[in-house]
Design a protein around this ligand. Structure first.
Ligand SMILES: C[S@@+](CC[C@H](N)C(=O)[O-])C[C@H]1O[C@@H](n2cnc3c(N)ncnc32)[C@H](O)[C@@H]1O
Length: 231
């Protein structure tokens, strides 16, 4: 995102438009979303599974709960979502599969959980929809226990700059007018060591896996993250 006020406003408008599309799509076509997830996007989402470390797992912005249904049998799972329709769809899905999880309605920008309460935090295909991504990242790190894992999946320009991956992002940005976020820079600014995995779309889908340093502190009021201070 850029510093100029005009561009920030434009970016916020793109975020609002996509939040509205996502909300509407989930309300009207939850089942279709489900089919797409199960048969296509689901394969990519499942790439997060080997990176989960338990026992306490939080998934933020879980949508219709496809990914959660793939690991809920193995961990103590909590999920946070702001769309009540998604929460209901996920509840039904988990019930059907005889799985349990604590599902909470809330905003990723102000997580209602104490510091250091999870061993893994997962977030997929949602970061570009947040107005204040810095704040969300600091919230995800705050609730993560020292040594815990943060797994974030999102689209962006491919690391190796290949033409097809760049084209994918350009179409998303310019034609579909999807918001874009430099998640690499965001992760770098957090100070936590991370790895960027290519998970498809000619390198345009990234999975960032980071480890919260053992000595790390997030100031809850300012959202400043200090990777060197003990909490
Ligand atoms: C594109 S969907 C992705 C859902 C799921 N993670 C997946 O990969 O299929 C984005 C999700 O982010 C949720 N979301 C957007 N803004 C949010 C916020 N501020 N707090 C919590 N959830 C939010 C939406 O309700 C939606 O379910």
């Amino acid at each position: 995102m850029t510093d100029s006020t005009g561009s920030v406003q434009l970016e916020h408008r793109a975020i609002d438009r996509w939040r509205a599309i996502d909300w509407w799509f989930n309300q009207r076509f939850g089942r279709l979303y489900d089919l797409l997830l199960t048969h296509s996007w689901g394969k990519r989402l499942r790439r997060t599974l080997p990176h989960i470390q338990g026992p306490r797992v939080l998934e933020v912005s879980f949508g219709v709960g496809f990914l959660m249904s793939q690991y809920a049998h193995a961990y103590e799972v909590t999920g946070l979502e702001y769309n009540p329709r998604c929460i209901e769809a996920t509840r039904r899905r988990l019930e059907r599969l005889d799985l349990g999880a604590k599902l909470v309605e809330g905003d990723a920008q102000a997580l209602p959980f104490p510091d250091a309460s999870f061993d893994t935090v997962i977030n997929t295909d949602a970061f570009t929809l947040y107005h204040d991504p810095h704040r969300v990242l600091s919230e995800l790190l705050r609730v993560l226990a020292p040594g815990g894992r943060l797994v974030v999946m999102e689209y962006d320009y491919p690391r190796n700059g290949n033409l097809l991956g760049r084209l994918w992002v350009l179409v998303a940005r310019r034609i579909m007018m999807m918001p874009r976020l430099d998640l690499e820079a965001l992760h770098r600014s957090s100070g936590s060591p991370y790895q960027d995995y290519d998970v498809g779309g000619f390198g345009a889908f990234h999975m960032y896996v980071s480890q919260k340093p053992l000595l790390a502190k997030v100031d809850r009021s300012t959202h400043a993250y200090d990777p060197t201070q003990s909490s």
